[in-house]
Design a protein around this ligand. Structure first.
Ligand code: KG4
Ligand code: ZN
Length: 351
């Protein structure tokens, strides 16, 4: 990577408005303006509200990122922006803002795939060499990618229905726990017995690296209803046991599918994980345990949605001579040759 070039990154494809400045691989600033409060009353992300909030906040985020980095727009060497996949109104707000900034500064502008930003993060944080395997696992994504270059990805498998983070969120809702569900379920699971309820390990009986989580969520719902009918209410101990059982099932499925993906990937320098679910201690430990190559888990602020990853991916692309695309796209698979993913995810179809 060109060591001292300044890259400004913009991200607005989900429910975080973000901007960041990198000098080479060094993160000078990384601003994320969340929208949780705006969507809280609706129990999910409302696309129209998200789009308006992105349009209102993107230039604020850019100003703060430049300020925090102590640089002026005129000093920036290049700009990278998420061009998809994601909620189209938000993506458009980012692309339009980036176009204006690039024209004003007279610098190159590169459109980046949001998933490429996640997938390349292990290079930003740990300098991991190509090729490596990454598991993207969050509220909207779940896929195994063999990362071979800044614009070369091979998808080895992915979820055929829900993303795991989405399943954590739904299970939390079923059990009366707060959102986001992941941290709440993990906390409850600590005091529970993972074997108290027999929960399924979906798709482990089938070959390959595809995953499924919606049946597991339904199994938790049935077990909850049976326990409520039996006890006349949801006992705290049952809630803890269900959380522990659910988390153990997700952990087992992710670990076994990772083992298979590592086998299918052939030679790789590392196995990395990205996305909010990577914050889960039990899951993280199980993934590390199945990896015969070094295991990389970037710090959480760079696992979840951010613009530093977009700036970095854009810089890698420009350095390798890829122009990217500025056409805003709601769906945009990284691996055009892999079969389309069926999964929607709570934040819209991804790939
Ligand atoms: O990557 P992320 O911030 O946003 C996107 O989905 O793009 O991931 C958020 C997801 C949520 O579904 C949240 O419940 C889950 O990551 N999550 C966790 C934990 N912390 C966050 N899931 C399991 N265990 C956790 N500790
Ligand atoms: Zn994301």
């Amino acid at each position: 990577m060109a060591q001292d070039l300044l890259t400004l990154g913009l991200e607005s494809s989900c429910d975080d408005t973000a901007a960041a400045v990198l000098r080479g691989r060094a993160i000078l600033s990384n601003v994320v303006v969340g929208q949780d409060a705006l969507h809280a009353a609706f129990g999910g992300v409302v696309p129209e509200i998200a789009a308006r909030a992105h349009a209102e906040k993107i230039d604020v985020a850019v100003e703060r990122a430049l300020d925090d980095a102590g640089v002026m727009l005129g000093e920036v060497d290049r700009i990278a922006v998420t061009a998809g996949p994601g909620l189209i109104g938000g993506v458009l707000a980012g692309v339009m803002c980036a176009r204006g900034l690039a024209a004003a500064a007279g610098v190159p502008l590169v459109g980046v795939n949001h998933l490429a930003g996640h997938a390349l993060t292990p290079r930003l944080t740990d300098g991991v060499a190509y090729p490596f395997l990454v598991l993207l696992v969050s509220g909207g994504h779940c896929q195994f990618l063999r990362v071979e270059g800044p614009a070369r990805f091979r998808r080895l498998g992915g979820t055929i229905d829900d993303a795991p983070g989405e399943a954590f969120d739904k299970v939390a809702r079923l059990l009366g726990l707060p959102q986001p569900g992941g941290p709440a379920v993990e906390r409850e699971a600590q005091g529970g017995d993972p074997d108290a309820f027999a929960l399924p390990r979906p798709l482990l009986d089938r070959p390959g690296c595809d995953l499924s989580f919606s049946g597991l969520k339904t199994a938790v719902l049935r077990a909850r209803d049976a326990a409520v009918a039996r006890n006349g209410g949801l006992r705290a101990s049952v809630r803890r046991d269900l959380c522990a059982g659910f988390q153990a099932a997700v952990r087992d499925v992710l670990a076994e599918k990772s083992r298979r993906a590592l086998e299918a990937a052939g030679e790789v320098t590392a196995f990395a994980v990205a996305g909010g679910v990577a914050a889960n201690g039990a899951i993280r430990a199980a993934l590390e345990a199945v990896s015969p190559v070094p295991f990389v888990a970037p710090p959480l602020a760079l696992c979840t949605d951010n613009a530093a990853m977009i700036a970095f991916a854009g810089a890698e692309m420009l350095d390798a001579g890829h122009a990217g695309t500025l056409t805003a796209r709601p769906r945009w698979p990284l691996d055009a040759e892999a079969a389309p993913m069926l999964a929607g995810g709570k934040r819209g179809a991804k790939a």
